[in-house]
Design a binder for this molecule. Structure first.
Ligand code: XMP
Length: 305
């Protein structure tokens, strides 16, 4: 990328000429990539862009409110409350790829309905360079890359940040004047908290993971991780008050990376880890144990599934 301001100028011009006088739709995730793509497209075509945020029930704590706030200036913003539909569809599904598949399918159904009612001919996506590489290599099915274009019939797909790395997208976000919470936001996987609970994504496990992610994000903020979160990885025995409990095991992960393709587990201070442990077990009586993941990528992946 040359520099952020000329990138913006070129990207806006490109969207204008591609979408022309048609309508377009974009799926917002709350992350920096789709936020930047939406802001660029909005500059180009204004309210002919319909940004759609689907609350899958697998999103970060406070995400829906944050989206409402960040994009309040876009009159065409739509928020779809689909939590129950996603969590019901995930009932009994334990295989990681099957989980991604179910989420991807449900997402397409939700999104297709909105795209049709917005009479959108064009799809704008916040796909970035590493997404394309991982999808081509078929390392995993990224639901924000595969799926939508094949199923929903669009005249064209516009991917304004397709050649950028994450740090470049952040630079563009700053230049666009997006809030710091958005521009510096750590990446979040498309399938959301479903890949941060091992096995079936029940409401209870997802809630534990959501709170744990929130605590870990807050407590690691000073250490500037590339990504940090908590994941529910199983059950184990603990002692709460006078009782032995069979509670959840939460794994804490905090990694440094440039693009997510490789990563290093962060060496966090003991006090930070202890604060995380004490908050997570203190705030949720069903969590018996907190462990810290010291594995780099490779050999591990960043997420648990
Ligand atoms: P892994 O776990 O493969 O993750 O080391 C690398 C980066 O990708 C994110 N991730 C996903 N993003 N759909 C996405 O859009 C997915 O299915 C998915 N799985 C992982 C992960 O959070 C990390 O940033």
């Amino acid at each position: 990328m040359v520099d952020a301001s000329s990138f913006i100028e070129e990207a806006v011009a490109e969207i204008e000429s591609e979408v022309d006088d048609h309508n377009a739709v974009i799926a917002l995730s709350g992350g920096v990539d789709s936020s930047v793509a939406a802001a660029l497209a909005y500059r180009a075509i204004g309210d002919r862009l319909t940004p759609v945020y689907v609350d899958t029930g697998l999103m970060r704590k406070g995400e829906t409110e944050a989206i409402r706030e960040t994009f309040s200036y876009m009159d065409s913003l739509r928020i779809v409350e689909a939590q129950d539909r996603f969590l019901d569809a995930l009932e009994g599904v334990t295989d990681p790829e099957e989980k991604r598949h179910v989420i991807g399918e449900q997402f397409i159904r939700e999104f297709e309905r909105e795209a049709k009612s917005a009479e959108a001919d064009y799809l704008v996506q916040g796909t970035i360079y590493p997404d394309r590489i991982e999808s081509e290599g078929n390392i995993k099915s990224h639901h924000n890359v595969g799926g939508l274009p094949e199923v929903v019939d669009f005249d064209g797909i516009v991917e304004p940040v397709r050649d950028l790395y994450k740090d470049e997208v952040r630079e563009v976000a700053r230049e666009l004047g997006l809030e710091e919470v958005t521009s510096e936001r750590m990446p979040f996987p498309g399938p959301g908290l479903a890949v941060r609970v091992v096995g079936e994504a029940t409401r209870e496990k997802v809630d534990v993971a959501r709170e744990a992610c929130h605590v870990v994000e807050e407590e690691t903020a000073d250490h500037d991780p590339w990504q940090a979160f908590g994941a529910v990885i199983g059950k184990g025995t603990g002692v709460k008050g006078d009782n032995r409990v069979h509670g959840w095991i939460v794994a804490v992960r905090s990694v440094e990376s440039r693009d997510g393709m490789t990563a290093r587990a962060q060496e966090l201070p003991w006090e930070t880890l202890q604060r995380i442990q004490s908050r997570i077990t203190g705030e949720n009586e069903n969590v018996a144990r907190v462990v810290y993941d010291v594995t780099h990528k490779p050999p591990a992946t960043i997420e648990y599934e």
